[in-house]
Design a protein around this ligand. Structure first.
Ligand SMILES: Cc1cc2nc3c(=O)[nH]c(=O)nc-3n(C[C@H](O)[C@H](O)[C@H](O)COP(=O)(O)OP(=O)(O)OC[C@H]3O[C@@H](n4cnc5c(N)ncnc54)[C@H](O)[C@@H]3O)c2cc1C
Length: 506
């Protein structure tokens, strides 16, 4: 382990690999949240500099202290990060993560793990200051077990590096979130993410075989490792979705499969969104799992999928063993017999533009409030939620649009993904944003949906956690106390109580 690190070594130096940053430039170094910032003593700062490459340069601290949370994008336009960390620590090994956490544990310093900082919920914002633990230099593919189809990868590895390395051996993990270029394996695990091909390959929790995790006091644990187990509850899943509040994930074992040949595609136009939902349900419940099964409501179909304003487009794509793909596409065609078959062009276009979010950023720059709300719910209530969320959001003053697509399907239900926009006056941006989230979330919960399908909770959805989980939320609180008794790990997130105080909202 290296212990001689120059103070203010630059983790964002041009000599280092280029890391993506949120698209709205931060024009200053102020902070927006009025949280109590924890003072980090000179002794603790010196110990952190000795633990790993670290920086206290203000520009770096401010930039590293923000993510893609849309509300924070508005604050960036006026030169403010949500809150600014006292120091950015950039470990390159598990030992260095251990060293940082031991210092933080001893000195009671809050530590916020962050990697790609592509969270859209403020999850990687250091709301009480302290250490921003930048895990993006902790990267690399360690080993690919080609026989079993399992890859061991360091947590800060970005999607393209992982797929490039194992793709050279004919393997793929098949996890392709829209933020594939922006996010890391550890971030996928920490947020319980979903890729665009999840209907075939599953969410990240279905792909994880095991984890190496550093606990708040610096203890290193290894979970899982076998295809299945019955030795008590699944400790791997305890950390999946914990958003940096229960431990720091340093190494991940993921399932792989053979790289597929060219995909097979189809698209259909339905008269109503409800008819499309029902076709998706029948396809999945017959056991067909096309990698992509995306249904757009009429406005989204017109906006991006060549619809005429009344049609609801369904895009279907599958890949892999051709006998399974052929059978899958036959089931799809049979269940879409009442819709208009439109061929492959729309799906081809989607494959080329599916990760482009520049239109949303352009709206933010113009002062629009724009965000997305993704939830999961049983098939039986999806239609009600589709209606209730749009009605509730459009009733919020200054709301301009609330649209929806269905993006991930399961035998018992699916994910609905709403996009909403509003044009409030400048002094009502925050109140409008909060009102839209309250309206949409309460409509979902009232009709039997859940709080989040894959973006997670972070800061933005913290205030709904007790309401959404009920008494089960206390189980999570108890786990937090047991694993992190001093409360240093990502305080202020997941709605968990924090010894450093409350986060005034917003
Ligand atoms: C344009 C865009 C599109 C997106 N599309 C998708 C999508 O299709 N599917 C999807 O699931 N998500 C999507 N997201 C959300 C985001 O990309 C995911 O949540 C992603 O998994 C976050 O990874 P990250 O490396 O950027 O983590 P960060 O944003 O840096 O951190 C997110 C949270 O994870 C914690 N964390 C990060 N790394 C670790 C670690 N090693 N150990 C412990 N905790 C850690 C942080 O503390 C924080 O709480 C999108 C985001 C953007 C900006």
């Amino acid at each position: 382990m290296t212990t001689d690190h120059s103070p203010d070594a630059d983790p964002a130096d041009p000599a280092d690999p280029v890391r993506p940053t949120p698209p709205i430039e931060l024009t200053g170094t102020g902070s927006h949240l009025t949280t109590t910032v924890v003072e980090v003593s000179p002794a603790a700062l010196a110990a952190l500099h000795a633990a790993c490459p670290s920086s206290t340069a203000i520009g770096k601290r401010a930039e590293a202290s923000r993510d893609w949370w849309p509300l924070a994008m508005h604050w960036a336009l006026v030169g403010q990060a949500p809150q600014v960390a006292a120091i950015v620590c950039s470990p390159t090994t598990t030992d260095e993560v251990v060293a940082v956490l031991r210092v933080c544990h001893e000195h009671r310093v809050p530590v916020t793990p962050a990697a790609g900082r592509s969270s859209v919920t403020g999850a990687s914002v250091p709301v009480f200051g302290g250490v921003l633990l930048d895990l993006s230099n902790l990267h690399g593919v360690v080993h690919l077990d080609e026989v079993s189809g399992v890859v061991e990868v360091v947590a800060g590895t970005f999607g393209p590096e992982l797929e490039r390395e194992i793709g050279a051996h004919g393997h793929s993990v098949g996890h392709f979130p829209q933020s594939f270029d922006l996010a890391t394996v550890g971030g996928w695990v920490a947020c319980r993410g979903a890729g665009q091909y999840s209907t075939r390959y599953g969410k990240i929790e279905d792909m994880v075989v095991g984890l190496e995790v550093v606990l708040a006091d610096g203890t290193v644990v290894r979970t899982g490792g076998a295809p299945a187990a019955a030795a008590g509850p699944d400790l791997t899943q305890l950390f999946v979705g914990s958003e940096g509040t229960l431990g720091v994930v340093t190494r991940v074992w993921l399932r792989t499969h053979a790289v597929s040949g060219p995909p097979t595609m189809a698209s259909y136009a339905f008269d109503t969104f409800e008819a499309g939902i029902d076709a998706c349900r029948r396809i999945i419940q017959r056991g067909a799992t096309p990698a992509v099964l995306r249904l757009y409501d009429a406005p989204e179909s017109a906006r991006g999928q060549g619809g005429d304003g009344t049609q609801c487009m369904l895009l279907v794509l599958d890949e892999g063993d051709h006998e399974i793909v052929d059978a899958t596409m036959r089931v799809v065609a049979a269940e879409c017999a009442a819709a208009v078959s439109l061929g492959v062009e729309r799906v081809e276009r989607w494959t080329h533009h599916r990760n482009d979010t520049s239109a949303l950023q352009a709206l933010t720059r113009k002062g629009f409030v724009v965000d997305t709300l993704e939830i999961a719910a049983p098939w039986a209530v999806l239609g009600e939620i589709f209606d209730a969320v749009r009605t509730a959001m459009l009733a919020v003053p200054h709301a301009r649009a609330a649209t929806c697509h269905l993006s991930h399907s399961y035998p018992d239900g699916a994910c609905l993904y709403f996009t909403f926009a509003a044009t409030p006056p400048a002094d009502e941006v925050e109140s409008t944003y909060v009102a839209l989230w309250d309206a949409g979330t309460r409509a979902v919960l009232a009709h039997g949906g859940n709080l989040s399908h894959h973006h997670g909770v972070g800061l933005n959805r913290s205030r709904y956690m007790r309401e959404a989980l009920g008494p089960a939320f206390d189980v999570l609180v108890a786990m937090k106390h047991a694993l992190d008794p001093t409360g240093i790990l990502n305080p202020g997130k997941l709605g968990l109580p924090s010894p450093f105080g409350e986060v005034p909202w917003p």
